[in-house]
Design a protein around this ligand. Structure first.
Ligand SMILES: [Zn+2]
Length: 696
């Protein structure tokens, strides 16, 4: 145990320094929260080094134990080892995301490889694995409960999947393959960045800006100025530039130009072309899987997911494409009618879609998203979100001014249950600032677990990047409000966790399951009865029914394009990872075309990412993982239907079941088992199709 290790016998200066290090010493802050005001950037490196040393000693103690390896003395001991290191890692990486500076960034460059090396050394420790394997081999004699079984499997597999069972030769070969994969992934990433950043569409005639909103024109003018072309307008392949250009530009030939540039990234036959990189990567990954005893890389990855086999993923995608492609074809026909009014005899192309869909939407619904903004004041949205959580799960949130924060405008809330017992801490960090990276996320400083029979409570943080209004009344779009519900869905998954071990608790669940708690929670934010709880304008007037009706009527307009492009991309991801190392891809472009023809994709809807810039897949993180976005939508729609079927989105029985079987369970059981216990059946794709008007 780590606190016990903090005994300083012979007190050198270094020992005293580390004993006083605010990241290491026991703090007097409430609930063991971080004493941010005491921490200086120079405290991190010594704290990390000390915590790694302690972690190594803890692992050594497990290995040196003379007793026969058991679940308790090996698996549980290993799960609890590194507690101090996790605590420091939690603080450090939350700060490099939410409140960074040059000094912290430099530290990150130094610390990240140190940590990676430390983890590798432990995961490849043969003596440690020997003990873990003994416990695994004798698991039937230990009478383990389900959570214990899951923990044992998780830890055993972590070693095996890194090659612990292979002969020395094969281990060397695997290391080499891993190294090559890393090299090509980095190359893919660098090439894609270069191909995205090097392109510019320079406009020098005002008439070529026709249709563009003023903010976009201003943005393009300032980009041009930055790039030394003042007086002109520059559009780039960055999303905030290219997508609105495609949506608003009246110049068809310019839309075509920028669209083709976007779609041909990494496919230009220059030094940043990705086609050869893809060929190498697909086959190296196949090789890795084969070395580890799997048929394909997809089999290797999916083993740890909710969707266990390539066949299951294909069935999912084909089932959805069967509905989304015909729906997209119907939309083509409608958009085509608008196009020929402008260009008689022309055929709708991919670069026309966004532009004509936007036109049609305005014609049909006369709806401007800005109309709802006055009703979504950020603090009201947060409170509305808290109130929904109270109604569903009995949790309450009270602001604590006595808990240190790391930046201005960060608020801290204590979360309690219906019995007024402490559940956990929530940091709420809503606004953008120079020291914060972009986007929205939920993370933890500390996961929930049980130590020495006592519950260690979770410390969760949610971060957003909303622009704070100087007026003091910051308002959001409906989509931004929905993002608050999304991240708070992750937060309650962490807060309601009721598990024993660190590795099985909270949000440490399979990638294709982790978005269920967040995405299902978005549904409440779109319900009229919930909006009426918190959507009020400056005068305190509740959002009018007419506006709610309008929002509702836009509902499923133009959904087929987005669905189809996502499913097609997920299909493409799969096709590269069911190859064997003996297969050969002769031509990446032809491979992609053959795949898209197989599913009957239409030319107006290309896959969301084409192979040569599909970074999710070819830079590592989301290989055989793009489908999980699709699967999560299926899960959240099916799960929310349980509330609808109960006739009340606040139905107590359903909410209790969702809490007891899913939100509190971490990964203490197979995700599908937990889901079926909640829903009484496996999820089906029907709900997602019905919600999008593709099935009755
Ligand atoms: Zn999420």
């Amino acid at each position: 145990m780590l606190s016990a290790a903090l005994v300083f016998g012979s007190c050198s200066k270094q020992d005293k320094d580390i004993a006083n290090n605010p990241l290491v010493k026991e703090c007097k802050t409430p609930f063991g929260t971080t004493p941010f005001e005491e921490i200086k950037p120079t405290d991190y490196l010594p704290a990390f080094k000390y915590a790694m040393k302690i972690h190594k000693e803890e692992v050594k103690a497990i290995i040196d134990n003379k007793d026969t390896p058991t679940f308790q003395n090996t698996i549980v001991a290993f799960d609890f080892s590194g507690e101090l290191l996790y605590k420091i890692t939690g603080v450090f990486f939350n700060m490099t995301a939410a409140n960074t500076n040059d000094e912290m960034q430099k530290l990150e460059v130094e610390i990240a490889p140190m940590l990676a090396k430390h983890t590798d050394e432990i995961n490849m420790n043969a003596k440690l694995f020997e003990r873990v394997k003994k416990v695994w081999d004798n698991k039937d004699k230990e009478n383990l409960n389900q959570e214990e079984k899951m923990l044992l499997e998780k830890i055993y597999k972590r070693f095996v999947r890194s090659g612990a069972l292979l002969s020395k030769d094969k281990q060397e070969e695997l290391k080499k393959v891993n190294g090559e994969i890393k090299t090509y992934e980095s190359k893919f990433s660098a090439n894609t960045l270069k191909e995205t950043k090097s392109y510019e569409l320079v406009i020098d005639k005002k008439e070529d800006l026709k249709g563009l909103p003023q903010w976009l024109v201003d943005q393009a003018a300032s980009t041009a100025k930055e790039k030394g072309k003042a007086g002109k307008w520059i559009f780039t392949l960055d999303s905030p530039s290219v997508f609105p250009f495609l949506q608003f530009s009246e110049k068809r030939e310019l839309r075509e130009k920028i669209f083709k540039a976007k779609n041909n990234r990494g496919n230009n036959g220059n030094e940043s072309d990705n086609k050869e990189v893809i060929k190498k990567l697909a086959l190296l990954r196949a090789k890795k899987a084969e070395l580890l005893g799997y048929k394909t890389y997809a089999d290797y990855v999916l083993e740890e997911r909710m969707q266990k086999t390539p066949k299951q993923v294909y069935t999912l995608l084909e089932g959805l494409l069967k509905y989304s492609i015909p729906a997209a074809k119907k939309d083509v026909a409608e958009l085509q009618k608008l196009l020929v009014k402008d260009y008689p005899g022309a055929t709708l192309e991919a670069w026309d879609w966004s532009y004509y869909a936007d036109k049609l939407k305005k014609q049909k619904f006369n709806f401007d998203e800005e109309e709802t903004r006055p009703y979504f004041e950020i603090n009201n949205v947060r409170q509305g979100c808290f109130d929904v959580i109270t109604k569903l799960y009995g949790l309450t949130f009270t602001e604590r001014k006595d808990i240190p924060v790391y930046a201005k405008d960060v608020q801290v809330f204590e979360c309690k249950n219906g019995k007024n017992e402490h559940v956990g801490i929530l940091y709420w960090d809503p606004y953008t600032r120079a020291s914060k990276v972009g986007g929205a996320w939920c993370n933890s400083f500390r996961e929930q677990y049980v130590k020495d029979g006592k519950k260690v409570t979770p410390i969760i943080t949610v971060c957003f990047n909303y622009a704070k209004s100087p007026s003091g009344r910051t308002t959001l779009t409906a989509e931004e409000a929905s993002t608050i519900f999304h991240e708070m869905g992750h937060a309650i998954h962490g807060l309601l966790s009721n598990c024993t071990y660190i590795s099985t608790s909270g949000t440490s669940v399979p990638r294709d399951f982790v978005e269920l708690p967040s995405q299902i929670f978005e549904h409440w934010c779109s319900r009229p009865e919930v909006l009426k709880m918190f959507a009020k304008n400056e005068k305190g007037e509740v959002i009018p029914d007419a506006l709610l009706k309008k929002i509702n009527s836009v509902g499923t307009f133009d959904v087929a394009y987005g669905m189809t492009e996502r499913y097609a991309a997920a299909y493409l991801d799969m096709e590269y990872h069911v190859l064997s190392s003996k297969d050969k891809i002769n031509d990446v472009v032809a491979f992609e075309k053959k795949t898209m023809d197989k599913i009957g994709l239409i030319s107006q809807v290309p896959p969301r990412y084409r192979s040569t810039y599909f970074s999710h897949v070819f830079t590592g993180e989301y290989a055989v993982g793009y489908y999980s976005y699709v699967w999560s939508e299926v899960l959240d729609a099916d799960a929310f239907n349980a509330f609808l079927e109960a006739g009340d989105i606040f139905d107590k029985t359903t909410a209790d079941k969702f809490k007891n079987e899913i939100l509190s369970r971490g990964s203490t059981d197979e995700a599908m088992n937990m889901y079926v216990r909640f829903r009484g059946k496996q999820p089906s794709i029907d709900a997602v199709l019905k919600n999008n008007g593709m099935k009755k």
